[in-house]
Design a protein around this ligand. Structure first.
Ligand code: HEM
Length: 444
């Protein structure tokens, strides 16, 4: 994005609305801490690993997620893990942690392979044509969520659920200026009013699914998917389970937090690979060798694919900003953080920071292999955040992205057409290519 300082308030707001990534200036990519007084109050941007560790881990109790995130997300997501705060969050996190343990996530390998195979069949059928890659990656991540959350949806009609999810997600619209300026919640927002029917419709579907699943569980015949695990989950300290409302809020949260993020990670990965024939050839060789007799994959056998995904998450982190509000005054190096002000860590800026990365703009998956990987400072690479609020779906999404990528690479080769509009990252809810991504598919 252009690194030109927006001139005046109006242009700044227009830039934020069009693409927040375009508000980062050259100096953000070299400074360790920058504080500014703007229309949104005081904001401190921090890119120094030790100071990030202080904000996200050591002094995590001195911060909370900022109000803007809550205002934007809570109307659609309810009080799930992403939006809850304080004791409500702690209780949910304790209860949900085992559901995303490595062991449980491994149990979803078959579902992820099935979704990958379905996508590969679709791509092979359409070889020789131009494919909307962003749309296909969205479809496959929804397919994975359906297979892992609901084991194929209501009344065995996966498409009905996909339609409901899509309608719901489309309703979670762009950031409302009233939220940006902290206008109280009782003032109606047009976007929120418009979104209400889709949110209610989706909530009803989830409610019905929960009721049906409770009945199946009572009969001892439930599939071991996320819905069953959520309904059976118990707080390890008190032994209590989640209420139906909590279960429903977290189902919606997993879908919203886990779908577009992973879809964009895969989209950017296919773009990066189309620009790097050497990396693609190495990946194709690894994938051929890793496939089992049925053509299925496990993440352990795909270390280079994992490095490719991790390097893509460096250049195009789907969650471009982690934002916190100081509960009490703090200090970051020489910079004072007043109580109530906002501290931001931008994985996008951090991952391209000149002091932290050699040749930051280059796509080099080898950064994430062996000794090179070990040398990356822990707080220089944060696609999934860090500290108590680190992404709970991290292993889930890495495993999903690696397995799906392997199926795509084995099925087709994708090339960026010469007449494609420039592939520029824009930050909407997540970071995606401004004009989408369409590529020519050739059968392998
Ligand atoms: C939190 C990124 C996939 C569920 C987060 C955070 C980040 C993130 C950066 C921390 C936000 C903060 O500290 O302010 C990503 C990326 C993904 C991904 C880049 C894919 C490439 C998933 C998946 C799921 C998920 C697949 C669930 C199935 C969550 C939840 C939280 C979260 C529930 C809130 C955790 C808490 O506050 O305790 N994610 N995520 N994410 N993510 Fe993910």
């Amino acid at each position: 994005p252009p690194l030109r300082r927006p001139q005046g308030l109006f242009e700044f707001l227009r830039t934020v609305r069009a693409n927040p990534l375009a508000t980062w200036m050259e100096e953000h990519f070299t400074a360790s801490v920058m504080a500014g007084e703007g229309v949104l109050g005081r904001i401190t941007v921090v890119s120094e690993p030790a100071l990030i560790r202080h904000v996200l881990v050591e002094n995590a109790a001195g911060y909370r997620k900022d109000d803007l995130q809550r205002r934007v997300l809570a109307p659609g997501l309810g009080e799930g893990l992403l939006t809850a705060e304080g004791e409500a969050w702690r209780l949910q996190r304790r209860t949900l942690a085992p559901i995303f343990s490595l062991r449980t996530v491994r149990g979803f390998e078959a579902a992820m392979n099935a979704a990958g195979e379905r996508l590969a069949r679709r791509l092979v059928r359409r070889a020789g044509t131009r494919i909307d890659v962003a749309q296909e990656m969205t479809r496959v991540t929804l397919d994975v969520l359906e297979r892992t959350i609901f084991t194929n949806g209501p009344q065995n009609d996966p498409d009905a659920l996909a339609r409901a999810i899509t309608r719901f997600l489309e309703s979670v619209g762009p950031i409302d200026p009233l939220d940006v300026f902290g206008v109280p919640d009782f003032v109606p927002r047009l976007g929120r009013l418009r979104a209400r029917p889709a949110i209610r419709y989706f909530a009803e579907i989830v409610e019905a699914l929960i009721a049906r699943r409770r009945a199946v569980m009572a009969a001892g015949e439930a599939p071991q998917d996320l819905l069953t695990l959520l309904l059976a989950a118990q707080d390890p300290e008190t032994g209590e389970g989640l209420s139906d409302l909590d279960v429903s809020a977290n189902i919606v949260t997993f879908i919203a937090a886990g779908h577009e993020t992973t879809a964009n990670a895969l989209t950017w990965t296919l773009y990066c690979l189309s620009q790097d024939p050497g990396a693609l050839a190495r990946l194709e060789a690894e994938v051929e060798a890793a496939a089992d007799a049925e053509g299925r994959f496990t993440i352990e056998r795909l270390p280079f694919a994992k490095a490719v995904i991790e390097e893509t998450l460096r250049l195009f982190p789907p969650a471009a900003i982690l934002s916190r509000q100081a509960l009490k005054p703090d200090r970051l190096g020489r910079v004072k953080v007043p109580q109530g002000s906002v501290v931001m860590v931008s994985p996008y800026v951090l991952h391209r920071h000149r002091a932290l990365w050699e040749d930051p703009a280059a796509f080099v998956p080898e950064r994430f292999l062996g000794a090179a990987r070990e040398a990356i400072p822990r707080f220089a690479y944060l696609p999934f955040g860090a500290g108590p609020r680190v992404c709970i779906g991290q292993s889930f999404s890495l495993q999903e992205a690696v397995i799906v990528l392997a199926h795509v690479v084995r099925a087709v080769r994708l090339a960026l057409p010469g007449d494609h509009p420039p592939v520029i990252p824009v930050q909407r809810v997540t970071v995606r290519p401004q004009h989408g991504l369409r590529m020519d598919a050739m059968r392998r």
